[in-house]
Design a protein around this ligand. Structure first.
Ligand code: GLA
Length: 454
């Protein structure tokens, strides 16, 4: 990554006609527990990490947005700022900047659409489940706010910005929840953060003393822009169908109109069901493992085509139907695990946190089907190498695992993972994988502006 002191000269070399730049940065994040739940309004427990996307920026000519990046992943890009910014082809990195600018334009409805020059640098590995993409969105948003002369906290709160950007990121085609933007904008140095949604609220949670949080990269790229975009969206789309069927069940049970906007509503608001009550409700709604599209349609007094139009889109129907029972079980049990993990951290019980992380991985793999053979192998290796908890983190399908390792064992843990996973399982020579493949991460500050002197 270009260092802070190199960033300004690098910017001036890229944009010789631009005024002198400012700098902002946004951290990546690692999620300790609570996976694929945020889009249902079910809590998560991540932390911001000490890897960053860092941007030098200045107002640009007219309405032009000019993007430059240091590194092969970021080819130069340019577009016109305006009311509706047309998206580039799926997978183009400029879409993340467009998403941020469009989201802020929609929020503030400015009279004119200023230009922006941006030089992006960073050390968050791309497509590794550490949220480099949302960090880029947040950093671009901070740059654009400054050019619009809007001040964070005065003109828009961090909380509001997190919500605006969570919606804005749908521009790139993923139907993600709000975890990444929230932790990147609200995380705090030294602590993990439990995040609840609708309304967005955070609670700082201490990390266990004498333990390290270690990220291990499976080296399977899980770019949410490629194939994994469709696999990721399968989760939110399927949960919409689960939600509709559960709502129908409640209407039958209570004999009146009951609205469930998202699955998380079952535990809150007017319904405020307990975990055992939700468990009963889900067993009743999904008495068997699979639900075919035709069965769902007849249950909802709808047609398969209208179900596709409203909730499922083009999601292909698996041979035996959709595995709604298992998908719903993951949502319910993961909710309980997040709450239990928070309690374990507050009570200073790292062993319990580790146990919950292990269970979460099994649930992600078996019930939610977002793991892959490499991630499964990596958590197996990690556990035998001394991790008390090991699980996939982020969207899954590749990327990183998060591991809770007693600090005195961290050095030998890293050696064992290198030998058994990268060496034996992937068949790589030590010099063939990057040193950053295994990284001890510290909970870091949230996104903000940086003075170049720092
Ligand atoms: C991605 C999304 C998040 C969340 C995770 C899975 O990172 O951006 O909103 O859904 O996957 O927990």
């Amino acid at each position: 990554m270009t260092t802070l002191s190199q960033l300004i000269p690098a910017f001036c070399a890229e944009f010789p006609d631009a005024p002198s730049p400012r700098i902002c940065q946004a951290p990546g994040r690692i999620n300790l527990i609570g996976e694929h739940t945020d889009y249902n309004g079910i809590p998560v427990l991540p932390m911001a990490i000490d890897l960053q996307i860092r941007i030098a920026f200045a107002p640009g000519p007219g309405s032009r947005v000019r993007l430059r990046g240091d590194g092969a992943f970021f080819p130069p890009a340019e577009f016109a700022n305006g009311h509706q910014i047309p998206a580039s082809p799926t997978g183009s990195w400029d879409n993340y900047c467009k998403a941020a600018i469009q989201g802020i334009n929609e929020h503030f409805t400015p009279d004119s659409f200023p230009g922006l020059d941006i030089l992006v640098s960073g050390d968050i590995p791309i497509a590794a489940g550490l949220s480099s993409s949302s960090a880029l969105v947040v950093a671009c948003a901070l740059a654009y706010l400054a050019v619009l002369d809007k001040e964070l906290e005065r003109d828009i709160s961090r909380r509001k910005l997190a919500n605006v950007l969570a919606d804005a990121e749908h521009y790139v085609g993923t139907r993600g929840g709000g975890m990444d933007q929230a932790i990147i904008l609200l995380g705090q140095r030294g602590e993990a953060t439990k995040i609840d949604f609708f309304p967005l609220r955070t609670e700082q949670v201490p990390l266990p003393e004498g333990y390290d949080i270690v990220a291990c990269n499976s080296m399977v790229k899980a770019a949410k822009t490629g194939e994994a975009l469709h696999r990721y969206n399968e989760g939110p789309l399927t949960c919409q169908l689960i939600r509709a069927l559960v709502e129908k069940q409640l209407q039958e049970d209570f004999g009146e109109e009951v609205r469930v906007e998202r699955l998380g509503d079952l535990w809150s608001g007017n319904l405020c069901l307990t975990h055992p009550e939700v468990s009963d409700l889900l067993s009743k709604t999904f008495p068997k493992e699979y639900v075919t599209l035709d069965e769902a349609a007849s249950r909802l007094a709808a047609t398969p085509a209208s179900i596709r139009k409203r909730w499922l889109g083009e999601l292909p129907e698996p041979e035996h139907g959709f595995r709604l029972q298992a998908r719903a079980r993951h949502q319910r049990t993961e909710y309980q695990r997040v709450e239990a993990a928070r309690d374990a951290l507050l009570a200073g019980e790292p062993g319990e946190l580790g146990r919950l992380m292990n269970e979460s991985h099994e649930s992600c793999a078996r019930d939610y089907a977002v793991s892959c053979p490499e991630l499964d192998q990596l958590v197996t290796v990690a556990r035998s190498a001394g991790a008390v908890g090991a699980r996939l983190t982020g969207a899954g399908f590749g990327g990183c695992t998060v591991n809770l390792v007693p600090s005195p064992r961290t050095a030998s843990f890293i050696e064992r993972v290198k030998r058994d996973y990268y060496g034996e399982f992937l068949g790589k020579r030590p010099e063939d994988f990057p040193a950053s493949a295994v990284a001890v991460l510290s909970p870091s500050d949230c996104a903000g502006y940086v003075s170049p002197g720092r």
